[in-house]
Design a protein around this ligand. Structure first.
Ligand SMILES: N[C@@H](CCC(=O)N[C@@H](CS)C(=O)NCC(=O)O)C(=O)O
Length: 234
């Protein structure tokens, strides 16, 4: 019996390699944070595709790992104390993996906290606001006649891009010369905003300098390129 058999999610998405970290995800801006991180740190893992278009996050098996019904989620068979650990919320997973492997979070404590602050900024602002812009610009909300919700999220997204633009002046990465989980948390969201959501002109992306250069640097990383395609789309 493997350590994973206590997790009901493994009955629907069985592990071929129960000794490896199990990733339940899809390459969305939240999902790719974890696949990029795993590709960067080189920890062996087994990805499972969760088809959100088929509402698979709302199945009892998935909800047993994340009661909030959202990807990404993981099970680490070798968690703290050698015991298996299930975890959801991409920010928590990034921090867990950084701490577990001693990678992509600065060793200096003050700099580590500064990095964590930017991860929280992504979780609390960038993801939710860009996501709402996507809903009102590209998805079902597009048909709503009242444009105030769209305007609100465009304004807020531009403001957030402005915060990043200012912070990235003279810095290659969010933490200067050091590439960290703060960058990993944000790359997929900025890429999605100007790519899949088609909001490049709407948010005036080409009037910025530092954010586009940072995005290009991030997307040039081989681990980022691999992570953006994991798990395979259904
Ligand atoms: N704060 C969460 C957000 C996760 C999230 O919103 N996941 C979306 C995909 S990007 C999802 O699973 N949606 C499925 C659904 O709502 O049915 C995180 O960062 O992990």
């Amino acid at each position: 019996m493997s350590a994973l058999s206590a997790f009901p999610i493994t009955t629907r998405w069985p592990a071929k390699h129960p000794d490896r970290l199990q990733l339940y995800s899809l390459p969305t801006p939240n999902g790719v944070k974890v696949s990029i991180m795993l590709e960067e740190i080189g920890l062996p893992y087994e990805p499972h595709t969760i088809n959100i278009g088929q509402n698979e996050t709302w199945t009892p098996e998935f909800l047993s790992l994340n009661p909030n019904g959202k990807i990404p989620a993981i099970i680490d068979p070798d968690g703290p104390g050698g015991k298996p650990l299930g975890l959801f919320e991409s920010g928590a997973i990034l921090l867990y993996l950084a701490k577990k492997t001693g990678q992509l979070l600065p060793a200096d404590e003050a700099r580590a906290w500064e990095t964590i602050q930017w991860v929280f900024f992504q979780m609390a602002f960038v993801g939710p606001m860009f996501g709402q812009l996507g809903y009102f610009h590209k998805f079902a909300g597009r048909e709503i006649a009242d444009k105030r919700p769209l305007e609100r999220y465009v304004t807020e997204s531009k403001r957030l891009l402005g915060v990043l633009e200012k912070h990235l002046a003279g810095r290659a990465w969010m933490m200067g010369e050091e590439y960290t989980i703060a960058d990993i948390s944000m790359l997929g969201w900025v890429r999605n905003l100007v790519g899949f959501y088609g909001a490049r002109d709407l948010v005036g992306f080409d009037t910025l300098k530092n954010v586009p250069a940072w995005l290009e640097r991030g997307l040039a990383r081989p681990a980022v390129q691999r992570g953006l395609e994991i798990p395979k789309r259904p």
